[in-house]
Design a protein around this ligand. Sequence first.
Ligand code: ADP
Length: 499
Amino acid sequence: MAKKKNTSEFPKWNYAPAPESTSHIQLKDRYDLYIGGKWVKPLSKKYFKTINPANEKTLAQVAYANEKDVDKAVKAARKAYDEVWSKMEPSERAKYMYRIARLMQERAREFAVIESLDAGKVIRESRDVDVPLACNHFFYYAGWADKLEYAFPNRKVSPIGVAGQIIPWNFPLLMAAWKIAPALAAGNTVVLKPAETTPLTALKLAEVIHDAGLPDGVVNIVTGYGDTGAAIVNHPDVDKIAFTGSTNVGKIIQKAIAGTGKKATLELGGKSANIIMDDAPLDEAVEGIVNGIFFNQGHVCCAGSRLFVQEGVADKVIEKLKHRMDSLIVGDPLDKNTDIGAINSREQLGMIHKYIEIGRKEGATMYQSNCELPSSGYYCAPTLFTNVAQSSIIVQEEIFGPVLTIQTFRTTDEVIQKANNTPYGLAAGVWTDKGSRIFNVTTKLRAGVVWANTYNQFDPASPFGGYKESGFGREGGLHGLSAYVKQNEYGTVRSVENV
Ligand code: ADP
């Protein structure tokens, strides 16, 4: 697929490999289910393997939870909810959460390396983004645990009950923290299922939770495939579903819980617009484009996968972007020099290749960076398409890989119309020198998050979530906490700005 590089033309690629050591990593050969504070063998008697997508080697065998295993986990969560967690003083709950956060920090290196091994993401990202942010979610929500009356003034607040949480493979530890931390702070108990290709950091988190002395059954981790997730969704004693994943599965879940009274938050796909106005600082904007689409191999629901450039600066931006793409190093996720790691699975790589082929067949013009891909493992060169139509499949559908489409525009109205013209509404970015333009564009974009002169910035205190087929409900901040509490009918949630 990718053209082979000519090293003499690109001397800057003669970097010294700097692989992170894996010697301090403690992985078991086989992981059981973490239910009721114990590691228990699956009633299914089945295990599946999780592999390193960078070399296809098996990392560990992982228990496959069937309906009976899920039932056991839900019963453990219910017992812990009724007998311990919902009755505990909130300040005590907070202490457990701080302990979890501190233990995660102590084991941060191990978490980072395991995440990179299991997910294929580059070690710089696991180490500097995913793991610290995951710890910060526990710190942040621990702080709210004993301040719920302040968070929801004049209202009686209580936890919802047992939360079933199903997470994807692109930010495995971070998504586990996003889900577990607000649930625990509000007094709920949890049954969490990590994605089948990336279960290891959630299982490592179970070890931390155990070592932090969390009461048995407050957090249960069950591993498995889609049917394990479906068993959680359909279990009658689960009160709330929190799901992050594909729009297709989100729709299945929405249908499954219709009429059951279960609460739900769904954080689904995206096809986010990154908009470069003609007065934007172009070098910074190009970095923002690169970050927007190539961060985490493009496996990001809010990836800036559609670039819109104002006509006057389009040629310049595309030229700078191609140059920058050529300097990106694709390869070993554990190498600290690597910019783009491994695609998470063979299946996902196939999906990305399928979309690249569709783009070519649709008549778009493709540019792939001039890089060498490792001979084993799942890799994809950074790719962009120009000459695309608004109706092109590659413009409308989420690719979830390092593939960018580029469209040009003349007026602000035109770009807003085009940016909003997809089934999704998760995020967007706008790059301009003028505050008035930022205000004009951001207020008209139908996206849950809009970044101005930056992209992919996250903080535990800021809410995240989408419009339309990108899902509903918000995670992060007070909004994320409100998704885990029952409130009386009066008043509204205080906005984050008021707190
Ligand atoms: P992706 O397409 O990105 O792999 P999915 O939506 O298929 O995302 O997966 C996200 C999570 O949802 C994973 O943990 C997966 O096992 C789980 N899952 C898949 N199918 C179902 C289902 N029908 N019900 C509940 N969970 C599911």
